[in-house]
Write a protein that binds this ligand. Structure first.
Ligand code: SAH
Length: 238
């Protein structure tokens, strides 16, 4: 779990919810220049969501688990539509905001933790949902957790960007690094004086996800492509 004094994103979410304002949520990585997450984006309405996310919500049915729910934008939309939805996140601050926003079923728990109970007809991992997997070599572990929590006949909807475009040259040729998987990124977030612990975040190309799913006995299909090297996938038990 992330303690409040080490939680830049949770602090930004909490501050924005309580005051309507937030400063810059800075994202640092050894792979990129400093970047920024616009905090209001974490509170986006259905209308402001990218088509990939709207599609995942439109396909959601039955008992649902929103993994890494953040400020709860997807879970709140579903609850308002009458869906039986549970939101989980490792940030206690974010979980508190989700409860304050009226979300009935919130648990501060890690998706990989054995303490997480239940089987779900729909599992959502959105806004580069593959990130939570962390590293390619954690994929088998991820599918073990999915095996536990996905009801038979149920579906996981997960999105990611494929970072291959970072390796495109001026002629349009893409040459990927050979020594390590190019979607494994180290991140660290900062908000005002609060610096979080570094964490691993995985951007996964569709083919690697499909192969890993098949190896773990799951079926994977691409539901749609996004505007910029991103996609939404649906994973079901094979
Ligand atoms: N899905 C939300 C938030 C995305 S940010 C949205 O689309 O707006 C990713 C979130 O995942 C963060 O809130 C982070 O705290 C949470 N998270 C990271 N690793 C997690 C894990 N192992 N289990 C549950 N939540 C996790």
């Amino acid at each position: 779990m992330i303690a409040p004094n080490k939680d830049p994103m949770g602090t930004a979410i909490s501050e924005y919810y309580h005051t309507g304002k937030a400063r810059k949520l800075v994202v640092q990585s050894s792979c990129f220049d400093d970047d920024e997450i616009p905090v209001p984006h974490l509170f986006r309405s259905y209308e402001k969501m990218p088509p990939l996310e709207r599609q995942a919500l439109d396909l959601t049915q039955g008992k649902t688990l929103d993994v890494g729910a953040g400020a709860g934008c997807h879970a709140l939309y579903l609850q308002e539509k009458g869906v039986d939805v549970k939101a989980i996140d490792i940030s206690t601050l974010s979980c508190n905001v989700m409860r304050e926003r009226g979300l009935k079923n919130v648990e501060c728990v890690d998706f990989f933790d054995e303490k997480l109970e239940g089987e779900y007809e729909t599992i959502l991992m959105l806004m580069n949902g593959t990130g939570i997997i962390g590293k390619v070599n954690n994929l088998p572990n991820f599918f073990k957790a999915l095996e536990r929590h996905l009801a038979s006949g149920g579906a996981l909807f997960i999105d990611s960007s494929d970072l291959c475009y970072l390796y495109e040259d001026e002629e349009g040729f893409i040459e990927l690094p050979e020594d390590e998987y190019y979607g494994e990124i180290d991140y660290c977030m900062k908000y005002k004086g609060i610096k979080g612990e570094p964490f691993d975040w995985l951007y996964l190309d569709y083919e690697t996800l499909e192969v890993a799913a098949a190896n773990a006995g799951f079926h994977c299909e691409k539901i749609m492509d996004g505007k910029h090297y991103d996609y939404l996938a649906k994973i079901t038990k094979g």
